[in-house]
Design a protein around this ligand. Structure first.
Ligand code: PLP
Length: 405
């Protein structure tokens, strides 16, 4: 018998496929705007100077070994990571009611958070989670994998290329009490559209009123504004206001540690006792899935978070990345509106936040950029701003202009 004859062929991951097609393209002016990874002005991956310094320090440390880490991760890493997202003055940390566990980057944090909810959350009816429409595509699979059904709430308004705030608030109001809402903490992927502080407060009001649970995904702290504290504002405000919540944290983008798979899950409990129990269960789940997490990325980030000099250097590196992206936004806006006088409004390019911009291009126009200009982007019209640089931005603007005319 052919044991696996009944296995259907799965489609390739669209983003990884896009990169593979880009790689084999021999056109000299090709541009990759698909992948969500930072590139410098020469289109090259950037190893942050602070990571080079921390790697050197690790290399020179005669006491490092390769023993197993504790199940919940490197303690200096998880405590530093909690302070980074929740704030050094967080009441939840001071009251010792945060449970922090090291995870396989942000994806692993999302998975562990989802798995924990599927086991222990008191769902008011079927196991469901509300995701923003649109969202990072992997969210759907991550929740389905643990038996939680993903539903969506309206988040993005194609007419304004901005937040559909009224519809979002209406979804919060009409969902059953104690529903779980996934929220992007900052730099929403794929739209680059974040709520304002005032809108976050309205969202918090609605969540408190209905007893909803906030499942924060924070993959871009520092990337949105260049300021680690500013980008954590919504999370900290929700903690302050007592919205029940957890946070998934990734160091892939803000530390350029994509392949090191370093992240954390923070569950904010109502008391020390609750946090202790949650932690014990997260340890049981982690033990059965990965036994214990990998050390290298945790050591690098722990060094940076606990050494004031390295921490300052990191903040500077983050500003370097965020400012380059913001510059590219301004230049693209200038080229489209002043030089090419491209039809349509383009102010959303500068208003959007973080690594991505939702251009407003439709699937046909996006495909035309790929086919005619060798400019690779996802067909929802999302571009990674990090793929643009002083050498290719004019070529991109010129071709964007052609496909919308
Ligand atoms: N969440 C969002 C919204 C993302 O965009 C990403 C990465 O693209 C992740 C989580 C997880 O990334 P990683 O697992 O590399 O930390």
């Amino acid at each position: 018998v052919d044991t696996w004859n009944n296995v259907p062929l799965a489609p390739e991951d669209s983003i990884f496929k896009l990169t593979a097609t880009y790689k084999v393209d021999t056109f000299p002016q090709k541009v990759n705007l698909g992948v969500g990874a930072y590139r410098d002005d020469n289109s090259k991956p950037w190893v942050l100077p602070v990571i080079k310094a921390a790697s050197q320090a690790l290399f020179n440390d005669p006491n490092l070994d390769h023993e197993y880490l504790p199940i919940t991760g490197l303690p200096e890493f998880t405590s530093g990571a909690a302070r980074l997202i929740l704030g050094g003055d967080s009441p939840a940390i001071a009251e010792n009611r945060v449970c922090s566990v090291q995870t396989i980057s942000g994806t692993g944090a999302n998975h562990l958070g989802a798995l924990f909810l599927s086991r222990f959350y008191d769902f008011n009816g079927p196991k469901q989670v509300y995701l923003s429409d649109p969202t990072w595509a992997n969210h759907f699979a991550i929740f389905r994998n643990v038996g939680i059904d993903p539903l969506t709430y309206k988040y993005y308004d194609p007419k304004t290329i901005g937040l559909a705030c009224d519809e979002f608030l209406a979804a919060l109001a009409s969902a059953p009490d104690r529903s779980v809402f996934l929220l992007h903490a900052c730099a929403h992927n794929p739209t680059g559209v974040d709520p304002t502080r005032e809108q976050w407060n309205q969202i918090a009001d609605a969540m408190l009123q209905k007893g909803h649970y906030a499942f924060f995904d924070c993959a871009y702290q520092g990337f949105a504004s260049g300021d680690l504290d500013g980008d954590a504002w919504a999370v900290r405000e929700f903690v302050k206001r007592g919205v029940p919540m957890l946070v998934c944290q990734s160091f892939a983008k803000n530390a350029g540690l994509y392949s090191e798979r370093i992240g954390a899950l923070h569950v904010v409990g109502s008391s020390t006792e609750v946090a202790k129990r949650v932690r014990s269960q997260l340890a049981v789940l982690t033990r059965s899935e990965i036994s214990n997490p990998p050390a290298h990325g945790a050591r690098l980030v722990a060094l940076i978070l606990n050494n004031p000099e390295l921490f300052e250097q990191w903040k500077e590196d983050i500003r370097t990345m965020a400012s380059r992206i913001i510059e590219m936004r301004k230049e693209l806006y200038r080229l489209l509106t002043e030089e090419f006088k491209t039809p349509g409004t383009w102010i959303h390019i500068v208003n959007q936040i973080g690594m991505f911009s939702f251009t407003g291009l439709n699937a046909e126009q996006s495909q035309a950029l790929i086919d005619k200009a060798h400019i690779y982007l996802t067909t929802n019209g999302r571009i990674s701003m990090a793929g643009l640089n002083t050498g290719n931005i004019r070529y991109f603007a010129e071709n964007l202009d052609k496909v919308v005319r």
